[in-house]
Design a protein around this ligand. Sequence first.
Ligand code: ZN
Length: 258
Amino acid sequence: MGGCCCCFPAHKPPRENPMHPSREPLIRHGPDFTTLHHPPQMITYSEGLSAVGRLKAGFRTFKRTIYDPLLLFVVVGSQNPKLFGPLKTGQFPKYMVFACSDSRVCPSVTLNLKPGEAFTVRNIAGLVPAYSQRIFSMGSAIEFAVTVLKVEYIVVIGHSCCGGIRELLSLKENKPRTFHFIDDWVKTALATKKKVEQENSLMSFDEQCTVLEQEVVNLSLSNLKTYPFVMDQIARGKLKLIGAHYDFVNGRFETWQP
Ligand SMILES: [Zn+2]
């Protein structure tokens, strides 16, 4: 599997979040007054924190800026009742989102989805296999989202520089398997890979990857229609499917409906 900008980089990635506009570590001291009236900005942390310390620092930021945004000004114990009050009794997400596990692809961050807005599944390449009673994890997530939560939209998001897609496009006949699981997983889209290769034979590998990133989203959207409860809700006009592609290299997000 290739290195460069993919899900499985051969080199150690930078510590700062690459989506931060300045990519500079940010050290904050004292209260952050700017977040009281504006949405919280992307925050990265200074080096030197332990692994657990970094997680706790992140939670403190979340608690201060989202969960208890008025805590500094009002009274201890005040929370964000408008956001978290209803969530204490249940979840009512409008969206189910499929996205890649890639650490650079965070739908909640990139789409500014708040807690409770999106029931999310992330896996290698954000793939949705066709209906099978052997795929317990995937099937149960879709079934729960559609039949219990009654989400109104299922969004499948592909992304630029996807390592899963690069691995899929790198697969060759009779090539020894590289991984225990990954090759078999991305082969879910093997027919789509062959089609993209045939129809875009003059393109470079990277260009074919970009085409395949979007065609695999279309495959997942088609596969969703093999789930009877999905088709039932679509037929009732209560569920819509949306394809999307997040290009973090150029900062673009596009959507389409099948
Ligand atoms: Zn990916």
